[in-house]
Design a protein around this ligand. Structure first.
Ligand SMILES: CCC[C@@H](/C=C/S(=O)(=O)c1ccccc1)NC(=O)[C@H](Cc1ccccc1)NC(=O)N1CCC(N2CCOCC2)CC1
Length: 221
């Protein structure tokens, strides 16, 4: 894989930054972001997918009270598909499931949980598209741009509490010492005004904030 790569430069692979609002549905946004990318690359079709379907219909998780992208993938497989954002719009609250199989033409066949290895994840991303991850969001709440590189005692790699999407990676200069630092480009679901137009760059190479601890992806055959 190249030294840097960004799926946002490939039209239709990464949808626009969304906002989960006052609902703990980050896990659903992480899952839809991954399925959108895999589907676009496999079927050459770009579609924005429904987080609300997952919030309402994924009984393995807790809707606005929290969940896991891997459970969301299981649910999409069991339900037999996922509807578009237009057909099943987001309301930022737990509602009664009104999934319609006839309306969901995006389907996944399985999902994979990736090894806890940033080099593996980099190669997998390059060949398969954006990847769902769990992360410790401690350093995200006061992030205003740049390459975030908190120490482990501030951002424990084994206490993950947020679901997000890796869309690329690169190397850049830090503002202070102009040191070259490798980073991940992460799509968040806190709106376009947060971070760098809704995105977060975090140091790549030392499992910062646990970026490699829970990486997963849907598989479309
Ligand atoms: C109340 C839930 C908040 C929500 C995200 C909210 S958030 O607004 O994005 C945010 C995150 C961090 C700081 C501030 C704000 N967090 C989650 O959903 C996180 C996301 C996550 C964590 C770890 C790995 C991957 C993804 N998950 C969770 O909170 N949970 C994981 C699943 C668990 N289920 C219990 C029932 O049995 C099945 C499992 C419930 C708790």
């Amino acid at each position: 894989a190249p030294d840097s790569f960004d799926w946002r430069q490939k039209l239709g692979v990464v949808s626009s930054v969304k906002n989960q609002e006052q609902c703990g549905s980050c896990w659903a946004f992480s899952a839809t972001g991954n399925i959108e990318g895999v589907w676009a690359l496999k079927r050459n079709e770009s579609v924005s997918l429904s987080e609300q379907e997952l919030v309402d219909c994924d009984t393995l998780d807790n809707g606005c009270g929290g969940g896991l992208p891997t459970n969301a993938f299981k649910t999409v497989i069991q339900l037999g598909g996922i509807e578009s954002e237009t057909d099943y719009p987001y309301d930022a609250e737990n509602e009664k499931c009104h999934f319609k199989k006839s309306l969901s033409h995006v389907k996944i066949d399985s999902y994979v949980e990736l090894p806890k290895n940033e080099t593996y994840i980099k190669n997998y991303l390059y060949h398969n598209g954006p990847i769902s991850i769990g992360i410790n969001a401690n350093a995200m709440q006061f992030y205003f741009g740049g390459i975030s590189h908190p120490p482990n005692w501030l951002c424990n790699p084994s206490s993950l509490d947020h679901g997000v999407l890796i869309v690329g990676y690169g190397t850049g200069k830090t503002r202070i010492l102009h040191k070259i630092q490798p980073y991940w480009i992460i799509k968040n679901s806190w709106g376009r005004t947060w971070g760098e137009k809704g995105y977060y760059r975090v140091y790549r190479g030392s499992d910062t904030c646990g970026v490699s601890q829970m990486a997963s992806s849907a598989v479309v055959n």
